[in-house]
Design a protein around this ligand. Sequence first.
Ligand code: FES
Length: 146
Amino acid sequence: MDEDRRIASVEEVPEDGTLLFTVRDGFDTEEVVLIRLAGDESGDSSPPVAAWKNYCQHWTDVRLDKGSGAMVRDGEIVCQRHGATFERDSGYCDFGPCEGAYLEEVAVAVEDGAVYLVDDRYEFANLGPSGEHDLSTGSRIDFSGT
Ligand code: FES
């Protein structure tokens, strides 16, 4: 696997949150979150992580992960703006104002305990936010600081 496309080790992806990273598409950047999937006690060989674009499907300028991990409750990603919930393994919104929509998937693969970007639409840019968010102007009323 190409080391330039290595995102993180599987261990770095939290069980109860998300790991934010940024991809590049030409001059544009987009944020993506990695999330752990349920264990594979059934012996199923699907990758232990999934990657979704970091934008709610209700208001697509709202980020699910603002830099310190999205809220994950009962295995679902929760948008803190209006409470939509998205299944971590399918990206399907099963509750909230965008019910029935799907988060946009980004293709990743796991090899030797590390997660790689395999989506050929994108280059891996960096771990963390894209740098396009100025915290002084981007704060939202739901920012709790906790
Ligand atoms: S912006 Fe995410 S639920 Fe409204």
